[in-house]
Design a binder for this molecule. Structure first.
Ligand code: ADP
Ligand code: MG
Length: 367
């Protein structure tokens, strides 16, 4: 999916304003002079490597004296890697920890355990100025672009803001870059003076993508990028993401509850259940030969366009709701809803193993 990286660098001189690092916390992990290494975009090499990432939110009780009575284990030991120029699709029901994972990778949320590397550099413990520089290499596209855009800012301000925050370019240079970026997402220069509410859903998502592109990041986390859009508009936005990937040399983590969205865009797909990955493989293997009962259940819920296949589609109905991530089931987390669960599933947590070449699964049985 990687292509020429003609537009990968901002066309304005990168002069970062020197700001004193006011953090009083312990010193940064030494990652060399620039914080994050430059060879982040070597094709084929992993751009993002995540090891055993955990985000546990404390549950607090008490009015006068607050105490922690437990933890929501939103992300509970997730490891994956994405090669430069590649796309990793993460799927799973609402509440299984996808957004929290994406936010923790970007350090919007502080991980409580594990490690994140970008271009080979450990960025898990970066602080202050180094964290700020690292953040410019990773951006997020949200489900609801309007919610993430300040309604009182016109497009010019919205697009220039990330550059301003990072002290990049003069007003004119930022505007020039905004015009180029609008062009890349298929919007005319004339929209610069307009406000977010004046746009349709699809156009707003184009603006959200343009804003994420302004810093010419290496990685974009797209969190449910088309879930809020009409079906007819979804394909346009997915095609745009696909085009921009080649044009800007981007690596994507695409998060969606909708398997069709992830299938269209991804090279590799990971299936999340209650804070953990249960299956991961290349896109074709997951859809053609799913191994985990949860993946099978998710796929069985998707209507098939071919009427003959649709008539024979076997639906796997999951029992009950997603259990609480504050108190996940023993053994295999999925066992309370699994049609094939046996005693061992309650007692032993299944190992995350490679069941076939490049195809990983966590299940006691090979289906
Ligand atoms: N800031 C937070 N504090 C406590 N719990 C949270 C917080 N953010 C998310 N959660 C919980 O973490 C779990 C995973 O949420 P989320 O990452 O949004 O899942 P998804 O994106 O897959 O729908 C949910 O149970 C959610 O309620
Ligand atoms: Mg989410």
């Amino acid at each position: 999916m990687s292509g020429p990286v003609e537009r990968a660098a901002p066309h304005v001189p990168v002069q970062r304003t020197e700001e004193p690092d006011l953090s009083t916390e312990e010193p940064d992990v030494d990652t060399g002079e620039d914080g994050v290494s430059a060879d982040a975009a070597t094709p084929g090499a992993p751009l993002l490597e995540v090891e055993d990432l955990e985000v546990h939110f404390p549950i607090r009780r008490g009015v006068v004296v607050e105490r922690t009575v437990g933890h929501v284990r939103a992300v509970d030991g997730v490891g994956l890697s994405i090669e430069a120029g590649g796309t990793y699709g993460m799927v799973g029901e609402s509440g299984c920890g996808k957004t929290t994972f994406g936010r923790a990778v970007l350090r919007i949320e502080q991980p409580t355990g594990g490690r994140v590397r970008l271009g080979g550099e450990d960025v898990t413990a970066l602080k202050g100025e180094r964290l700020r520089r690292f953040r410019s290499k990773m951006q997020m596209v949200f489900q609801d672009p309007l919610g993430s855009l300040n309604p009182r800012h016109n497009v010019d301000m919205l697009l220039s803001e990330p550059l301003k925050v990072h002290g990049i370019g003069s007003k004119e240079e930022r505007r020039k870059l905004a015009v180029e970026t609008l062009d890349a997402v298929g919007l005319p220069k004339s929209v610069l003076e307009r406000y977010p509410h004046e746009f349709s859903g699809g156009q707003r998502q184009r603006l959200g993508i343009a804003r994420a592109l302004m810093l010419r990041p290496d990685l974009i986390v797209c969190d449910e990028p088309v879930s809020a859009l009409d079906v007819s508009i979804q394909a346009q936005v997915m095609n745009l993401l696909d085009e921009l990937q080649g044009e800007f040399g981007l690596t994507y983590l695409v998060i969606a509850h909708d398997l069709a969205v992830v299938r269209h865009l991804s090279d590799r797909v990971g299936v999340m259940y209650l804070g953990k990955l249960v299956e991961e493989a290349d896109s074709e293997s997951i859809y053609e030969h799913p191994r985990h009962p949860y993946t099978k259940a998710l796929l069985s819920a998707v209507p098939q366009p071919d009427p003959e296949i649709e008539a024979n589609r076997e639906r796997i109905i999951l029992k009950g709701d997603l259990p609480s991530p504050a108190n996940p089931p023993s053994g295999c987390r999925f066992r309370t809803r699994c049609p094939w669960a046996e005693d061992v599933c309650a007692e032993v947590e299944p190992e995350w193993r490679e069941a076939a070449s490049g195809h990983k699964v966590a299940c006691h049985f090979d289906l």
